[in-house]
Design a protein around this ligand. Sequence first.
Ligand code: ADP
Ligand code: MG
Length: 828
Amino acid sequence: MTHGAHSLDAHEVKRRLGVDPATGLAPHHVLERRARHGANVLPRVRPRRLSAMIVEQFANIIVVLLAVAAAISWFTGDRAQGAAIVVVLILNAVVGFITEWQSGRALDALRKQTRMTVSVRRDGRIVTVPAEELTVGDIVLLSAGDRVPADLRVLEAAGLQSQEAALTGESHSVTKTVEPVSIEAPLADRTSMLYLGTIITAGRGVGVVVATGGETELGRIGRLVMEIDEEPTRLQQKLQQLGRRLVYIVLIIAAIVTITGWLRGDPLWEMVEVGISLAVAAVPEALPAVTTFILAFGVLRMARQHAIVRRLSAVETLGSTTVICSDKTGTLTLNQMTVIDANTEPDGPIVAALCNEATGRIGDPTEVALLEWAERMGVDTERVRLDHPRVAEFPFDPRTKRMTTVHRDGEHYLWALKGAPSVVIAASSLSEADRERFRGLNEAMADRGLRVLALAEKRAPTPENDEPFTFLGLVGLADPPRPGVREAIRTTRLAGIRVIMLTGDQLHTARAIGRELGLEEKNVFARVSPEEKYRIVESLQKDGDVVAVTGDGVNDAPALKKADVGVAMGMRGTEVAKEASDIVLADDNFATIVKAIEGGRTIYANIIRFVHMMFSHNLNEVLTIFVALLIGWPLPLLPLQILWLNLVTDVFPAFALALEPGSPEAMRQPPRDPNRPIFSVTLLTTIGWQGAMLATISLSAYGWALSAYGPGAHARTIALLALVGVQVGHTFNCRSRIRSAFDRLFSNPYVWISTAMVIALQALAVTFQPLARILGLVAVGSAGATAFAVAVFAPIIVVEIQKAIARRSLTTPHARRQDAPRPPAAEE
Ligand code: ADP
Ligand code: MG
């Protein structure tokens, strides 16, 4: 029915679709049509298959190793151990699968929050609805920066242009009008149509939906528009790389140990088992699953604070951000405008009402404020608009900083102009003295932090006219700073982040607002066009800065893309800006960016906490086995016991550390250098000595057990208890590398839950007979409990002493200047 809508007269289209553009569809029509045409969504690309996710859990080298171990156990007669290894393998896979699935669900939830909305006229009112609820016949209102939400026939157009590269490959903007085109016109020439997936780059328009979802041109090509990018972050990539490398190194070492032992005369099977034990101990199985979990969970936590992450890798970049370039209006201020000062000729309020897109309280806050002012000045704005029908308009553009409309005024035409004072003064016929006077007046208003707009008009016999305007005067709007922004800016100073205000507004207004917010003058950039914004970002980046940039308009997209972290406004922002961004602020609030940076830093810190913990645990295990062999002791742990150890002491504590709340230190350090390696010298040294320290404690326990009970299951049970013990204790050490473990001991309940779980499981392993038999553990009574308790506290005591010494050297007076970020030596 609606095919060929591009060639039909607009009235004919309305008639065939059975809709009156002045009122839009009635609710029951919407329901009826949605039932017929379905939701306005494109057929989705197939989500990742469940089976694929399960298969992946098994497809890594460690699993192959364990399978070999299981086979060896089986064939050398230890069938119970062989079967048990398989069970552990499956358990490991289940944990990995659940983690990944949960992370995926977190991201799905986020995806829902970034859904696009559109303005439609329904039942005589303008409402905002999710794009997927649009249906054929809906009257859609569009303006610059909107993404076209369905295929539309244009009904009204004012300077309307769209960019259709997604559909036609043509990157230049096309002007759209109401006039029908030839039925044969190809897609690219159908200027009376707007297509799903294209972008409005300028102007304003109204269109009627002719096709939705899979019935649209884009749907027929089958391309997907918007998706959250889940590319692994740089950190994830580095960790994956590291994990792989580690596997090879470990395999080589294990092979050398096996062969040396065998040449020395030990039985081959036993040595293969030792080799496998070492490999299992050293390989960080949980690494990918836990980092994904930390990221997904952190991103969810950020979403709850109104920062919606669209690109996972941005999280990491946030933590390194050194400069935030922020808009003024709406981000630093409330965007709640009120005219509090005006100085105009009697026609001023009339022009303000005519040259205005707002209706009632709906529209751009600047224009709503002007409309309210006109009402206050006694103008019946509805009457004035009816008496002066609009015949042409030049919509507001942040580059020209002005807007003009042309109206019928009896036999004549009335031109109404409003815009930035400098622009309007230049367009008006004024004496040099008057120009100076108004400039002075403008400056005085701007110095009070007011947003100043100028008004002008002219009357002419034809709608085309080049004459200068008659200046009507100035209007000053107050826009109070957002509560909380001043404090947020203070936080950024402590965190070593520079905040720059970029605004299209004039310098005096910007400076006055900057002063109120505690921004230095050198950080206030006024009269900035979107192109200049792009260049400012570029030059900051050349100086080595990591730049976060906010934006809302269609022209901001290049700067948002160029930025290291593009931040779009969720409420005020256009679809195009949101799509170009990495993060969307649901509340448009500057303070939320600062929270997001804190979130980014916390996520990174938690990954490092986990890496610190897991690598010191693994080093502990490897050293314990290796040193025992070197000094000629029997193998302290069997492969299955190591698997058990890793399952119990890595999984639960890892999740606990992932849920660690942000520490106050997070925002008292300078931003992290993005080029600094994950394994900084300090981290490596810490892991090194702490792993050795844990191994010393574990080996002491084993040595004592060997002398007390002789080689065998009893001594091995004590060794396992000691290893679990030191790792439980060390988890508390890993919560902070500088703060005492007793500082804010209860701020993360998950650490306690995980500790309780580990202890309960370990108690079960030694007391529950079937499990004990499989794991090769025996009852060790109070000696075991004592060994375990000592093992828990010993590493805490050692590390507490070390931290106390390190802290003392940090708090020397000159390293602790007030208000200055701490030196990087204090890295968390
Ligand atoms: P910002 O949002 O950073 O304050 P904009 O680029 O939106 O800056 O606006 C720049 C200038 O354009 C404003 O200072 C004002 O003088 C003028 N302006 C803003 N909105 C309108 C509008 N709707 N009509 C006419 N002029 C406007
Ligand atoms: Mg603006």
